[in-house]
Design a protein around this ligand. Sequence first.
Ligand SMILES: Nc1ncnc2c1ncn2[C@@H]1O[C@H](COP(=O)(O)OP(=O)(O)OP(=O)(O)O)[C@@H](O)[C@H]1O
Length: 679
Amino acid sequence: MRRTGRRRDTPQDARSALAKGTISNAERELYGGRLRYDQSYVRHVGPLTRLSFRHMAAALPRMVALVLRTGWQTDRRAMAGVVAAQLGQGVTAAWGLVAVNSVLTDLFAEGPTADRLREALPSLAVLAATAVVAALLMAWSTAMSGRLEPQVERAVSARYYTAVTRVELEATERPEVQRVLEAGRFGTDSARSMLMLSVGVGNVLISMVAAAVVLASLHWMLLPMLLVIALPKGWGAVSSARREYVSKLHWIDHRRAIASLLGFLTRPHAQGEIRVHAAGTKLLSSYEEMSHQTEAEQRRLAHAQASTDLVAGAFAGIASLACYGVLWWLLADGSLPLAVGGTAVLAIRASTARLTSLVQQVNRLYEELLFLTDTEDAIALASENAIPTTGTPLPARVHQVRVDNVSYTYPGADSPALQNVSLRVRRGEVTALVGANGSGKTTLTKVLSGLLLPPDGNVWWQGAEGSDQVDLRDANRAEIFAMVGLLAQDFPRWEMTAAANVAIGAGDRVRDMGRVKSAALSAGVLKLIESLRHGWDSIVYKGYERGVQLSGGQWQKLGTARSLYRGAPFLLVDEPTSALDPHAEIAAFEGLWSLAEEGHAVVLVTHRLAATANADRIYVLDQGRVAEEGTHGQLMALPDGIYRGMFTAQAAQYGANTPAVPSQTEHVTTPKSVKGAPQ
Ligand SMILES: Nc1ncnc2c1ncn2[C@@H]1O[C@H](COP(=O)(O)OP(=O)(O)OP(=O)(O)O)[C@@H](O)[C@H]1O
């Protein structure tokens, strides 16, 4: 006899199938195997596929406590309303059963039918009243939970997002922290779902308990009968839920791969290669292959699911048969009145009918609990690594930032990004940072802006006296951030209006359109924005109503306008002109110089050395060290200097002559480590 049809897949079987088989050639070719997320829910695969009766029962009190606590902290009245409505429904369910029993007793009594019906009328009225009260309580519960759910979601989301945006940048660079913070994102709406599911679960559980109490009070044998029918049904439902989860899991990698592949087919930036390189042909044929394979997989799962349902159904059927047999025997024996027998049948049917949905809901509750736990962990970790909200106030008027022997290594990096770096940034001056790719310029701007706290060395924020100074580590960071304006290389391009993109430069201030426009004028983007059909209300991202597509250079001007709008005393700009045309570039640099004349400190990171010629001080970084420093003239005076070499190479592209090395080099400061530098 073949037994394959009876074999049930265990979660382990399914997981090993996931691991080895059912990966199409297309997936191997395009993704190197399964396209799996390195995300939180992958961690939960184990617990969810091991889900059992015991696990669920053990987790249920924790889940209920969590929901009650979260709801209570958010809106006490609504939470109390939900709980009261649930308990009330339990009581009405019990009253309903008692009324049913009484109606049946009256109906099955001796005497003429008309008399029996009259006798049953009061109980029928109670039955009708309990139905009305149950409906009212259900409506109340819906209203209260509807009021509570969005509040709970907002409370958890706000706590999570507030916490993660306050984490030290350095901590977010650590993969283990990054992972936990990222994982927390998936549980922000779990509290809401848990509340919703808890109402459903509570409803069924309370009505089951009510049925159990009534049955036990009618005859002691009825309670074990309810359990005997409920248990196999519950077991079947748990198995189905677990199988469904494993199946969903199996599906999800394929679905993700297919969705990612189809997404590319319509993504604007891929359209050229889709047509010219025949990338579209490759993606479509891979889609066909992957779809065939997932269809086959679905068929296999459907068959397995059907077998499980059959087994679970058979067990439940046998249990019911046995119970109804006992009921028959009790009735025949005369130890159970006919009316009580009828009530028992009704109660058993009503309380086991929703068992499958109960198990599915508990299963989802458990899943949501895992995600919510992630969010709580993320909030706790974010709080441990938060930027302190207190610290020593900065001097009344900060005049310069002095960096002394600072070294910094990114978490997990093999070599330091900065090594014994010393420099100063003064107000009223343009300080240029130059050097090869990866030499540490951007890292240094992060230190200067107070985003990174170097473990070695000091970053002094100094007043005019020089003696009134505060070290970055002790300083009130909010005050430092308030002093700094950033224009990063990869500055954010907010998918919002043009006005919002500028005004967000001072997100904590009320928008001042006059200043927005004057910043845009200085950045050379005012005319462009005002010529758009929707002007400042244009959304600077195509694909939305009022959306427009800006070029790279236009974006860079908008980014510059944002940092100008901020109007901070210390402006750190990283490659602000890389996408600008020559005229716009000249104008942008002129703008920076005039800011310095107004008393701002400008730190300019650039590879355009023509612009650094007028900088007040240039620092040349090489492998995280300051290799040379001085003015353009002084650095050009170093015969084998790095700066001179870079400047000469750029100038040669334009056919410009390199100036001769001047004879006097006494003002040039070069660290001893620089080869060939005059001592
Ligand atoms: N987040 C990071 N995690 C690990 N290493 C990093 C990180 N950011 C930068 N680095 C490393 O630190 C070094 C300095 O990088 P940085 O971005 O400061 O260089 P840069 O001078 O600004 O380069 P570029 O001119 O290319 O912008 C590089 O070796 C880089 O690989």
